[in-house]
Structures are given as C-alpha cells and as structure tokens.
Design a binder for this molecule. Structure first.
Ligand SMILES: [Zn+2]
Length: 354
C-alpha cells in the first residue's frame, strides 16, 4: 500500500523479475562485468588536436535484470565530495544483491581534478558542463563529453550528475529538478528521483535548452534523450567534508532502493523546500571579492551579497540580492574574474508544491 503513493516510476521498478531471470554480461570500452560482479577500468580519450585523458569508471552488473543507473562524479574536478562518495558506493553495493546495472564515472574530468582547477579544464579552458553532448573531433572537454554521452548516457535509464560547490564556492546542499516540458513522464520521474535522493531544497529549473544537439549540461543531455536525470549539489570549497561525502553516499543508496535496484524501504523527502526562480549573480569586473553572506543565508531583495574591489581595495561594485530568497552558494575566496559567478540566490516557489 506504500507503493501506491509512489507513482508510475516506482510501480514499474516494483515489478519483480521472473525468478530464473539472469542478465547477460556487459562490456563497455573493453571492460567486461559478468552478472553479479563488478569491473573497473578507463574510457580512453586519445590525444587529438590537444592532449588526451582517460575516464575512470566502474560497471556493477547485478545478477538479475533491472534499470541502469549512471552516477557521475568529477564533472568539475575540484568538487570532491561526490568523488570520494563514489569510491564508497563502489565498495558498498553488493553485485549479488543488485538488480540492474550501476555505472559509475568516478572522475569525469581528470585533467581538472589532477590540475586542481575550478570550472575549466587546464587543457582547453572549457567548462565540461557546458559542452554536451560533445564532439569526437573537438577539444578534450568536448571529447570527454562525447565519450560519456555515447558510452554511458546512451546506456542509462536514469542519471545523476553529482556536483558540489567548486573549489571557490561555499554551497548549501540542493538538487536541480529539470522541469523541461518535453515529456511529462520524464519530468515526473525526475521529480520522484529528486525526492528519493533526499534533498531538502529542490530548484525547479525550467531554463534549460530543449536542443538535443546542443544540450549543454550532462543532466540535460540525458533528460532530453528520455532518461530522467538530476544534478545534485552536496559539498563545498573543494573539501572532502565527511558529512557531505556521507550525504552523497546516502543519496545514491536511497535512489537505488527507490528504483528497486537494492533491497530496503523506499523513502522520499516528505516536505522539501521548492525553489524558483533562481539567479546566478555575476561579477561586473575582475578584482578582489569580499562576500558579505554565507551559504544558506536568507536574504531580502536588495540585501548586500558582497563587495568587489580593485586590487588596491577601492570599491568597484556592490552585489545585491535580486529578490527575496536563500543564498544557495557564495564565492568565498577572493579572486574574481569579470563575468564569473559571485553567488546564487533562489526564491521560494509559488505555489509551494509543484
Ligand atoms: Zn559543478
């Protein structure tokens, strides 16, 4: 009777496989996982017009059939809490208990992770989460996106792109629900996924492009292709904070239980805070950033978010809240480039429950 409240997605996931059902082995990029086992290796991104890289990934192939869930970490290399969490998830998920297939991208953007950069690849200067679905003949970020699109997203039924505050961002946890408006079934399933993940704060995002060939974001690339997807944000400032690592682990396990991939009770957030609209505030000039708020602050329209000075300390600009809302993240380190984010404010949605 509990299942009746969970909608079509859960009903589908709740249909048990035939007792004798056994799924076949799965091979991706030369890495083969037998039913009831895990295998790890690399998606190679060969050098072309610039340097190559490799993408560490794991296949956990359940013994019995079920959905395929892709969990992606390290799209931004300094967002480390999800990267550490996915190492734990890899070890915790018992292939013998798993139904379906878990695909883990441990670090999507290895050049950024090893180069300790924020936002941009140290090789081509591009933001991996702005170049999807990528290109086989593009620069390295575009080739990474192409590999992930063709090898992982095309195989997945569901996807979570696991982000955190970047190395400069002090962030409070939240999730983006992509209410794209192309397919109500996909939007609705993604909403259920957001609740299953356990977010207390969920952004209702209606701003993403519907262009399949220029889908821009990892999440959007899956969602446009009919695969319900989330972008989650748990962690901050490039730190392996144990509470944030655990939030990522528990979100992944909760979602797998919800999808019927792991045994255990299906649980959803009962009363999340729905947020819309949101606005990323950007800097009008390069200089030194002095934040006036911290993550999670509630602000009124006009409240001071921070002050930009020149390199001598003379004030260049004041950044103020565009509407009443909550500070989802604020840049907490001083370096600031023209046009880059200084923070993000989101308003409480009306009506409160979409
Ligand atoms: Zn990110």
């Amino acid at each position: 009777m509990h299942i009746l409240r969970l909608g079509a997605l859960a009903l589908l996931a709740a249909v048990p496989p035939p007792a004798a059902a056994q799924q076949s082995r799965l091979t991706i990029a030369g890495i083969t996982a037998e039913p009831g086992s895990r295998a790890s290796g690399f998606l190679e991104v060969p050098a072309a017009r610039d340097s190559g890289t490799r993408i560490p990934f794991t296949i956990i192939r359940g013994a019995s059939p079920g959905p395929t869930l892709a969990l992606i970490g390290g799209t931004h290399g300094s967002e480390v809490a999800p990267i550490l969490a996915l190492q734990e998830v890899r070890a915790m998920v018992d292939p013998g208990q798993l139904r379906g297939t878990l695909l883990i991208i441990h670090v999507a953007n290895l050049p950024s992770f090893l180069g300790r950069t924020i936002y941009y690849s140290p090789i081509d200067g591009k933001n991996l989460n702005r170049v999807y679905p990528g290109s086989a003949s593009g620069t390295v970020s575009e080739r990474i996106a192409h590999r992930i699109t063709t090898e992982i997203i095309e195989r997945a039924d569901y996807l979570v792109d696991m982000h955190a505050g970047d190395g400069n961002e002090s962030l409070r946890p939240y999730t983006y629900w992509n209410k794209l408006g192309l397919d109500p079934r996909v939007d609705s399933a993604a909403r259920e996924m957001a609740l299953a993940w356990g977010s207390e704060h969920i952004i209702i995002d209606t701003t993403r492009t519907r262009d399949r060939e220029r889908s821009v974001y990892t999440q959007n690339t899956a969602h446009i292709r009919g695969k319900p997807a989330l972008t989650t944000e748990n962690g901050y400032l490039g730190l392996p904070d144990p509470v944030m690592v655990e939030r990522n682990v528990q979100g992944a396990l909760r979602l797998m239980r919800f999808l019927g991939m792991l045994p255990g009770e299906r649980v959803k957030s009962e009363a999340p805070v729905w947020l819309a609209p949101y606005e990323v505030l950007t800097s009008p000039a390069s200089g030194v950033w002095h934040p006036a708020v911290e993550r999670g602050y509630t602000v009124s329209r006009g409240a001071l978010i921070g002050v930009l000075t020149d390199f001598f300390g003379e004030k260049l600009a004041e950044i103020r809240a565009p509407f009443d809302g909550e500070v989802m993240y604020v840049v907490a380190t001083p370096a600031m480039n023209q046009g880059e984010p200084v923070g993000m404010v989101a308003a409480r949605a009306v009506p409160a429950r979409p």
